[in-house]
Design a protein around this ligand. Structure first.
Ligand code: SF4
Length: 879
């Protein structure tokens, strides 16, 4: 039974993470779009997280690339496409097909991906089509192929509700896959015996539901699971029949593992023996165990081995292919899985087929091409390194921002700057990658695109348009097809619609597929594309699809492979250096090209930061909320210090979202060494080595302004706010002429009157410009980090009838209470409001706080933080 929706409502899919939530989008009369979770979508059953809930706020045309540009000037589509096609053709003629490359993204729809991959690998004849999914889950792909003979994710989301033990490895599900997290929270509330183990160097918010947290050394998970394999074998917790009938290689895997005692694992991981023993005991005793893993496993120089160390434990116990159990890789991006399906990785040809002679012949015949690529292309890190050597003469980057997201990001920036021809197709007018482009092509964005995505449980869902294409934006599949036509391949790219492409892709997956290939979507060739309901593959089996339920895998003998895994030695940074981990925050997505447009999502964390343990901060004289420089031989960044015991001593953590568009020097991936896993070529984005030192700023500042300023201070970070912008500043020397600085930074006319106040005792200053009682700009400076309430100051942007003296005072009056830093983004509830509910109104549970304030009652992503506030109050009251 499906919900009937208004005729103006469109069923579509969230464009952010790999959960793949169904979304109902309803355009409103005032031009806005109401967003709700689709109660009938099997991924989310109506839930959305903070990012999904705010999708309607990302749809404005501010910052959109609306017209094709060539060398910075607007041109017609014809001119742009001709330049792209002729330049690629010339490079191929002069330097060969491997002198050109495409770099795609998990943001592309499957149809876009299919066409781009077909053009590069099928007709240009090079394997040089790789994707930012290389940075996301290539190690899972490689691990799956080694174990299963195919890139098959065995899990279904319902397994998370059926399991009695869920092991979260390198996965902050609470922030990075919030709807899956909420499904687990609900299941655990209904079945209190369900256990959760969190394996992560940091005590992330996901620890909130964990019965056991193992804060292991970075990359200690290989040793942990190798030790688990030995423990299971020694304890006799094995599935002899399954192992004999459906696997091979168990003896070799156990031989390597046998020396990994609990004591040795404790040494390798830094986790106490008793905690490891408890985890092993729970795993051994619990038949229904799901091991969920994500970037903490994949983004490692030992990522593939870590995947196989996990899979080995499930094979040994036969816990795979049955309800409530199995290894389960959850993907970061909305269509990482779709990209894998079409062959978007450089070592895949198409439709989950690699570059075997049989596959090359088969795909060549299907595409009717005699110029098909015959070998894998350059994978992401190798691609940009080759570009740096001058070997890539033309590159086309689609819907991604490698200048910020690649390791050694400064090297990537330099390589792109030196590349003879860079094409960027994107919806954003200005990204750090886009500024390097010779040709910029305006691509359709979410809400305008029409196609499919595949989520982490292999479920294909439609992204449907509900907005007209703005300006001259076009779908990616159309852009690529038009270039293909101009390159002389028109016969193979004459698509009239994404439905044509999906049918062809589905047909290729089933072409000469006798069941020996896992991906077969041929059952969808005749499906009504327009009304296609979320469909999980395999599509030819029963609707409750479960991979490997018959114990047959996709190796030649249909048996799964144990892979012997030798844990890497613990990573030991040079003396005085930190292990540097990178990741994500709750409310931002990738390089903020969409989430950075919403004040709500920008309020949770409004500037780049580093988490540092209090003891390390003390040792280095790094004060709370001060600025810190992180550096190594690749580069340096300046970020805010977030001193917290969530972090291990000797380890640092920073989110990767901030770019040159939002901060003066916050491109975190500039610090990450481009070291890759030997099997997957996925870079180790979670383990760099950096030095940290305090930045001795002479002066700090905070501003709110109606317009975006042009800043030249030593440090700046800006974020959207309701009614304008907010930003953090610091100077090594205070500006000699404040009047001049303010007028220049905020483009104030000479007639504008700048009110100011100086507290000569403290050195604090404030400045304000009003226009008819409304705020134009307010700036607060101090020799120490500015203590003005950010939420109160942001509220000034929407206030009327302001007086200069009120704003200059920098303190909320009784008429404008300060709600404090935002905790609940959905309802903009701040920490002060929640604290008041706990202290003054006696709310002692998250539910009670929700009833009082609404915080945590929508997506639930902030519930762990609310619980933290309640616990802190309880602790303080007990002392
Ligand atoms: S969990 Fe959030 S970001 Fe991920 S698909 Fe669902 S709504 Fe989108």
């Amino acid at each position: 039974m499906t919900l009937s929706v208004a005729s103006t409502t469109t069923r579509t899919t969230c464009p952010y993470c790999g959960v793949g939530c169904g979304v109902l989008a309803t355009p409103q009369a005032d031009g806005s779009v109401a967003i709700a979770g689709d109660p009938d979508h099997p991924a989310n059953f109506g839930r959305l997280c903070s990012k999904g809930s705010a999708l309607g706020e990302t749809l404005s045309l501010d910052g959109r690339l609306l017209y094709p540009e060539s060398d910075g000037a607007r041109v017609t589509w014809d001119e742009a496409l001709e330049r792209v096609a002729s330049t690629f053709k010339r490079a191929i003629t002069e330097f060969g097909p491997n002198s050109v490359a495409f770099y795609g993204s998990g943001q592309l729809l499957t149809e876009d991906y299919y066409v781009a991959n077909k053009l590069m690998k099928g007709f240009i004849g090079s394997g040089n089509m790789d994707t930012n999914s290389r940075l996301c889950m290539a190690s899972s792909v490689a691990g799956h192929k080694r174990a299963f003979g195919s890139d098959t994710v065995p899990g279904n989301y319902e397994d998370l509700e059926l399991a009695d033990l869920i092991v979260l490895v390198g996965s902050n599900l609470g922030w990075c896959h919030p709807v899956l997290y909420q499904r687990i929270v609900k299941a655990k509330a209904e079945r209190p015996d369900m256990r959760i183990v969190l394996i992560d160097p940091r005590r992330t918010v996901s620890a909130d539901i964990a019965d056991l947290h193992l804060p292991l050394q970075s990359d200690g998970d290989a040793a942990l699971f190798v030790g688990l394999l030995a423990h299971l074998a020694n304890a006799g917790v094995t599935a002899p029949g399954f192992i004999a009938d459906h696997t091979s290689g168990v003896d070799a895997a156990l031989l390597v593992a046998e020396d990994w005692t609990v004591a040795r694992v404790a040494t390798a991981t830094g986790v106490p023996e008793h905690a490891i023993a408890l985890f092993y005991d729970w795993f051994a005793r619990t038949e229904k165990t799901v091991t969920v893993y994500s970037q903490g496993v994949n983004q490692s120089a030992a990522g593939t081995d870590k995947v196989n160390a996990i899979v080995n434990c499930h094979l040994l116990t036969g816990r795979i292919g049955r309800p409530g159990m199995g290894p389960f890789s959850v993907t970061g991006q909305p269509n990482a899985m779709g990209g894998r399906e079409v062959g978007g990785l450089a070592n895949t040809l198409a439709a989950h087929m690699d570059f075997s002679p049989e596959a090359i012949d088969r795909v060549g015949r299907f595409w009717r091409s005699d110029s098909i690529a015959t070998e894998p292309g350059l994978k992401a890190v190798d691609l940009f390194t080759a570009m740096g050597r001058g070997e890539i003469k033309a590159i086309w980057i689609m819907a991604t921002n490698p200048v910020d997201s690649m390791p050694e990001a400064d090297m990537v920036k330099a390589a792109l700057a030196a590349c003879p021809f860079v094409v960027v197709s994107d919806m954003s007018a200005r990204t750090d990658t886009g500024v390097t482009a010779h040709v910029r092509l305006p691509a359709a964005g979410w809400g305008e695109k029409d196609g499919t995505v595949t989520n982490s449980e292999r479920r294909i869902s439609r992204q449907r348009p509900f907005l007209a294409l703005p300006g001259e934006a076009r779908p990616d599949w159309w852009i690529v097809s038009e270039v293909a036509r101009r390159m002389g391949f028109g016969d193979a790219f004459g698509y009239a619609s994404p439905a044509d492409i999906f049918a062809e892709h589905s047909a290729l997956t089933g072409f000469e597929n006798d069941g020996s290939r896992d991906l077969d979507l041929s059952g969808l060739i005749e499906a009504d594309y327009a009304s296609l309901a979320p469909t999980q593959w395999p599509v030819r089996r029963a609707s409750r699809a479960r991979m490997f339920g018959d114990g047959r895998f996709f190796t030649p003998d249909r048996k799964a492979r144990f892979v012997p895994v030798l844990p890497p030695p613990p990573f030991a940074p040079a003396p005085g250096r930190f292990i540097f981990n990178t990741g994500r925050v709750r409310d931002h997505w990738h390089t903020m090209t969409r989430t950075g447009k919403t004040p709500r999502l920008s309020a949770h964390y409004a500037e780049p930061f580093v988490e540092i343990h209090p003891a390390d901060a003390d040792r280095l004289n790094i004060a709370r909320a001060s600025l810190v420089r992180l550096s190594n031989r690749h580069g340096s960044v300046v970020v805010r210090a977030l001193v917290t015991d969530r972090q291990r001593r000797g380890h640092l953590f920073s989110p990767m979202h901030w770019t040159d568009q939002f901060a003066s020097n916050g491109r975190i991936d500039a610090l990450v060494t481009a070291k890759v896993d030997p099997f997957s070529s996925q870079p180790a984005l979670k383990m760099a080595e950096v030095e940290a030192e305090p930045v001795n700023a002479a002066l700090f500042g905070f501003f709110v302004s109606a317009q975006r300023p042009a800043l030249d201070s030593a440090y700046w970070a800006v974020a959207e706010a309701v009614g304008g912008m907010r930003g953090e500043l610091a100077w090594f020397e205070q500006p000699a002429d404040w009047d001049h600085w303010l007028r220049s930074a905020f483009a104030l006319p000479q007639a504008a009157r700048i009110h100011s106040m100086l507290d000569s005792g403290s050195g604090r200053r404030s400045f304000v410009v009003l226009e008819q009682g409304q705020l134009v700009v307010a700036l607060y400076t101090a020799p120490e980090p500015v203590a003005v309430s950010r939420q109160w100051a942001v509220g000034l942007l929407s206030a009327q009838g302001l007086s200069a003296s009120t704003v200059l005072a920098g303190r909320p009056g009784a008429d404008m209470p300060d709600s404090g830093a935002i905790v609940c983004s959905c309802f903009s509830v701040g920490v002060n409001t929640i604290t008041a509910a706990v202290t003054a109104q006696g709310c002692s549970t998250v539910e009670a706080v929700g009833a009082c304030t609404k915080a945590g009652t929508n997506c639930g992503s902030c519930r762990a933080e609310i619980r933290g506030i309640i616990d802190a109050h309880r602790l303080a009251a007990a002392e």
